[in-house]
Design a protein around this ligand. Structure first.
Ligand code: 5AD
Ligand code: SF4
Length: 504
């Protein structure tokens, strides 16, 4: 359990403990919660109460069914959603459901994404399939949460045409799963609970992680940037940073529980801390995280180029733990379109930033996001993007076809014809892949530290791990290697990964 152990106290500047920080999740004994009383008003106590309530009901259902009840959380989208899903999973386990690998089970929860249209379509596809399954299983519940639920047209559609969906909640009240589920179990009707916004960050709820040795840690939620193509600020709300002491306490507890690598998560980590009562920069936070004893690797994403400070570059260059890797979304190489996108940098400023990063950290890996076919993109504009890709030499790039999101400023502009976009997309992909292969191969013949993640999917005498720059390495090993750092000779680059040999 994430908060299952007390860690050595290190709060640096932030040794201000309030009532909530003393009331840690590991102190909760759900059997001792008095369910004859009304639900507490304060969080997270209110959710502890509803977890205990759900436990009772689920226990009764299991007895009635004469078997265990299972759940499955299906995640779409980004790392933030993946982290939310780990929290949702822990709550469902606490309630008494058993995790299943299969979507067809007693409670399936879709944590949705809406950044591009095809993510939405996938969800409707899955729902169509589940409708038939639900008819066969009287215990089956279907829940939906995440970004897509923050769009009113989606919720209207669910109310009208998807009555078999049992409960729906959004991004601002994701902590309320137990309460919402309890109301569904008690009432039997469709429960829809969507908030427009929130100032609240609920700490100390149950949480778990996919890998025992690494995890994501949210440092902030929401986004204030309103890039003209992007729906995220509308569905995730305004920027809210977590208190540094809460972040540090979580990381200390994680490290005490075996974590050696954390990924600090936010839509725009470079503007971390601006809205705190006592403002703090992201670089200052990193310095604090670096002090956590036992933590070996620190990653973060995503960085907006406009907010990347010299202070951050200096902290990173001087750090032994921060991985020398920047995910620095470019989106487009044309200054005119960048302005239209509301990105607040030009092609030249982006290239200068990359040059500055490479001067400070010559071995730095840089990855990026690029959108092809943004409204108004001409062949010349597109060639500017290709030019930046060639100049920067990205280790890898996530390339996306522009997807029209209703409600965003770019949606009403003149769109580029699909066949033109597809042709450009394929051209970009070819350039990106070629560079990426060359960049990957540059470490061939060197010895690097690899954090081993799992037994190899294709050969169980091999293991798979990741380099500091996130590239995968496969080498001979066993389950004893999992979660350990190994020094590995990188024998052969195979496109986007390596084969290697342990040297110690
Ligand atoms: N269409 C295509 N890609 C998008 N992204 C965000 N909005 C859209 C959109 N409407 C991409 C951006 C962002 C990444 C997470 O998703 O490149 O960095
Ligand atoms: Fe979307 Fe721009 Fe915010 Fe990233 S920075 S989440 S692209 S609005």
């Amino acid at each position: 359990m994430l908060y299952g152990k007390k860690a050595v106290s290190f709060y640096g500047l932030y040794d201000r403990r309030d009532k909530k920080s003393r009331n840690m999740y590991n102190e909760v004994d759900f059997n001792k919660i008095d369910l004859s009383l009304a639900a507490p008003q304060e969080e997270p106590e209110r959710q502890y109460y509803f977890i205990a309530k759900c436990r009772e009901t689920v226990q009764e259902l299991k007895q009635e069914a004469g078997r265990e009840l299972t759940f499955h959380v299906e995640t779409f989208g980004c790392q933030m959603n993946a982290r939310d899903s780990e929290k949702l999973t822990a709550i469902l386990k606490e309630i008494g459901y058993q995790e299943s690998e299969h979507e067809v089970c007693d409670l399936v929860l879709y944590n949705t994404c809406t950044v591009r249209e095809n993510a939405n379509l996938k969800v409707y596809g899955h729902l169509g399939h589940l409708k038939k399954e639900k008819k066969k299983n009287p215990y089956m519940l279907i829940g939906l949460c995440g970004c897509m639920m923050q769009e009113s047209h989606v919720v209207e559609k669910l109310k009208e045409s998807y009555r078999f969906v049992d409960f729906v909640f959004g991004t601002h009240n994701v902590f309320k799963l137990a309460e919402i589920l309890y109301h569904r179990l008690a009432s039997g009707g469709q429960i829809i609970d969507i908030w427009d916004s929130t100032e609240q960050i609920v700490e100390n709820l149950p949480s778990e992680r996919k890998f025992p040795f690494k995890t994501g840690v949210n440092i902030m939620y929401g986004c204030n940037n309103f890039c003209s193509y992007c729906i995220v600020p509308y569905v995730r709300g305004r920027e809210r940073s977590r208190e540094p002491k809460e972040i540090l306490r979580e990381i200390e507890a994680l490290v005490a529980d075996g974590v050696v690598e954390v990924m600090l998560l936010g839509q725009n980590v470079n503007s971390y801390g601006k809205n705190l009562a006592e403002p703090m920069s992201f670089a200052e936070l990193l310095k604090e995280v670096e002090q956590v004893e036992g933590l070996k690797r620190i990653r973060f994403m995503t960085s907006h180029p406009k907010d990347l400070s010299d202070e951050l570059i200096a902290v990173m260059a001087g750090s032994k733990k921060i991985c020398k890797h920047f995910h620095l979304p470019l989106q487009c190489g044309c200054s005119r379109l960048l302005e239209d996108m509301n990105r607040h940098y030009t092609k030249e400023q982006y290239l200068e930033l990359v040059a500055k990063l490479r001067r400070a950290m010559p071995d730095l890996s840089i990855t990026t996001d690029i959108i092809v076919g943004y409204p108004g993109e001409t062949e010349e504009d597109f060639l500017e993007t290709i030019d930046v890709v060639k100049q920067v030499q990205y280790d890898s790039a996530y390339t996306f076809i522009y997807s029209r999101r209703s409600g965003t400023p770019a949606a009403s502009r003149e769109q580029v014809p699909q066949e033109v976009v597809k042709e450009r997309f394929n051209r970009l992909l070819a350039v990106v892949n070629e560079i990426s292969k060359e960049r990957t191969a540059r470490l061939t013949g060197s010895v690097q530290e690899v954090l081993v993640e799992s037994i190899d999917d294709h050969d169980d005498t091999m293991v798979t791990g990741r380099l500091e720059n996130s590239i995968q390495v496969h080498f001979k090993g066993s389950k004893e290697d999992i979660g350990q750092f190994r020094k590995v000779y990188l024998r052969e680059a195979k496109g986007f990964y390596y084969f290697g040999e342990v040297v110690q």
